[in-house]
Write a protein that binds this ligand. Sequence first.
Ligand code: F6P
Length: 361
Amino acid sequence: MKRMTRVALITSGGDCQGLNAAIRGVGKALFEKLENIEIFGMYDGYRGLIENDYKFMTSKDFSGILTEGGTILGTSRQHYIPGKDIVDDEGNSLIPAMKDTYNRLNLDCLVIMGGNGTQKSAKLLYDAGMNVVTLPKTIDNDIYGTDTTFGFQSAVDIATNVIDYIHSTASSHSRIFVVELMGRDAGWLTLNAGIASGADVILIPEIPYDLNKVAEVIEARKKKGRSFSIVACAEGAVSKDDVVLDEEARRRLKEASNYSAVSYKIAAELEAITGQETRVTVPGHYQRGGPPCPYDRVLATQFGTAAAELIVNREYGRMVAIQGGEICSIPLEEAASRTKFLPVDHPMIQVARDIGICMGD
Ligand code: F6P
């Protein structure tokens, strides 16, 4: 009789497209590769591990979920103290409770699917003696050590579609439209959707903007007979004036601001400078919803099967990744070490500039 392997699956942090495809990939591959396998699905991310709240998963649970958005296991965010702990509202460490569940279920490994924050907290669990394998998921594409994450391409598709639709109404009304896209402090999503949809201006956190420069570009378009302009703006976009402020000063500025999001501030300022009617569209969480695109279905499946292979080989403390088109894995320590911002000399930024897109600088 072959040794029993016990694995728990966790989806943690903000959801994205492809989580169910990844769950399916891990589950199906484990059932294929191992004779004796028990799989547990923790409910609502780390909460399930903390509160011993899970379901025992059979092979049936992994069928029919490939195209479903969200996560069948649910997800949540925890309070993470950088590099130190995961704590409750009173500041008590939750790691011992997680370890209790891990030991009670006699687990061999946790498979944790998450974004940047999740990779960091997964490392804490690994350091606390739990075996961990992680998968990189996020629409932000900001996880270090992997060229891309599942969820990203689906969000690019949606964001592109939003801007495609905005184009016609912007043109009919000769308006400026500021479309605000997610991505936290990284510009990957906005840059890719902006190029794919033919935006005229792309504002990303990594390149602080000067609205006078943006207005000049819009005026020049008008002179050439282009009566409307589309600004794809990342939610983390920051002006040249604000970028020099420290974190506290920026927080106070945000608190005192009349605008709920950066796009509204940019729109008001652009309207004041250009005198042209300006509107805002914020697709928000729509970018994270619905079925994964085919690319993400494939990538999540590849990541899922690679995670299963790591478990078979008992290679723990690693994040599955894709580098140069090859599926691989890297030490979790490396993945959790930093955020992958968009380098300002990235060739894709040059592509945007080469076709006359204004990057706000
Ligand atoms: O990290 C994914 C993401 O969708 C970001 O793009 C966005 O800033 C954030 O999560 C939104 O978080 P929440 O779902 O908690 O509103």
